[in-house]
Write a protein that binds this ligand. Structure first.
Ligand code: ACO
Length: 312
């Protein structure tokens, strides 16, 4: 029976159709999806912190309104993604517990500090730019609810990327000090942005399986290369220098060559020892604990409604 179901599952995946929540799926497929989508959801939620740091200090009402909307969008992305894990049988409370206990990962990028307002622009341009590069192909991922969530997420991410680029353009047209702030932020965020795509393909434990299941549609290195190729002309238009002396166009490959990524730093940050890991997780844990009364009140209200509907 299982062999027959597995054949049907393989057929659906090979035919580029979507696997839906009630369909039979191999245990490994379900586990891999819960792992990846939960990490993705945690990244969206933890990712609110570095930028939220600047909401109260945004330089104008317009910039504050844009930043507020953007940070709020990230909360929405987290919600879509947690909801997608629930369609696979995961429990959101359990996932949050794993995050705050350091038992589940989130993107390395959000463990770096936001030192100036230029960081808000650079996060929009580079970090959200990298996120789009990674997530547009996920609109074609084999699991239906994840693919559909990604369509909306990507639309919103492209607004985030544009607001970042527009902010940087404005700063680059400003004073010498503003241009220096932008360059300094680019210098600090460039390499961590390249690390977002994950370890090199030969050290990526999940890629082969995830590609076969069409959860991932490209390898980590393919997407990283695409991001570099896409970003170089944008940096030129902006007038900033990407901090990599080895970055140059290679006409034979038809791609840009780039320097060696510091993978020791990447694994240190993923392992919990980055500049802000403690702060990010502690803040998330405190927010979760402080929000307990809201969850209790919402549950009590829902129970009261259900009782009243039952009595009617
Ligand atoms: N930060 C933290 N951990 C990472 C990162 C990263 N940038 N990249 C890879 N890892 C972890 C993986 O989760 C995996 O750990 P695990 O096996 O314990 O779960 C390990 O390193 C090995 O990596 P891979 O085998 O390459 O992992 P995977 O196949 O899951 O690929 C990737 C990683 C590319 C991030 C994939 O999970 C993905 O595309 N996820 C969806 C997008 C996403 O999560 N984006 C988050 C940041 S964008 C944003 O929030 C705005």
């Amino acid at each position: 029976m299982d062999a027959e179901r597995e054949r049907e599952f393989d057929r659906v995946v090979a035919a580029e159709q979507r696997v839906e929540p009630r369909d039979w799926m191999p245990d490994g497929y379900r586990k891999t999806l819960i792992r990846q989508i939960a990490q993705h959801a945690h990244s969206e939620i933890i990712g609110m912190q570095p930028e939220a740091n600047w909401i109260s200090r945004a330089p104008s009402l317009r910039r504050k309104a844009i930043l507020l909307a953007k940070v709020q969008d990230e909360a929405g992305h987290g919600l879509y993604l947690y909801a997608a894990t629930e369609t696979l049988g995961a429990d959101r409370e359990d996932l949050t517990t794993r995050l705050v206990q350091g038992r589940q990962k989130y993107s390395s990028i959000f463990n770096y500090p936001t030192l100036t307002f230029a960081d808000v622009g650079v996060i929009g341009w580079l970090v959200d730019g990298a996120a789009i590069c990674n997530q547009v192909p996920l609109c074609r991922t084999s699991y239906g609810p994840y693919a559909r969530a990604m369509i909306r997420v990507c639309k919103e991410e492209s607004f985030h990327q544009r607001q970042g680029y527009e902010l940087l353009m404005t700063m680059m047209r400003g004073t010498e000090a503003q241009r220096r702030m932008v360059q300094d932020a680019v210098d600090r965020w460039w390499w961590p942005s390249l690390m977002m795509f994950g370890p090199p393909d030969d050290a990526s434990s999940n890629t082969e399986r995830s590609m076969a299941w069409r959860i991932k549609r490209h390898t980590n290195d393919e997407l990283r290369q695409k991001f570099v190729d896409m970003t170089v002309p944008q940096a030129e238009a902006l007038g900033v220098t990407l901090p990599d002396p080895e970055l140059r166009w290679n006409p034979e490959r038809g791609h840009h060559d780039f320097g060696q990524i510091d993978w020791d730093e990447f694994w240190r940050v993923v392992g919990g020892d980055g500049p802000c890991n403690r702060q990010r997780v502690d803040h998330r844990r405190a927010a979760h604990e402080n929000g307990a009364w809201v969850r209790e009140a919402a549950a009590a209200y829902a129970a009261k409604q259900a009782r009243q509907e039952g009595a009617a």
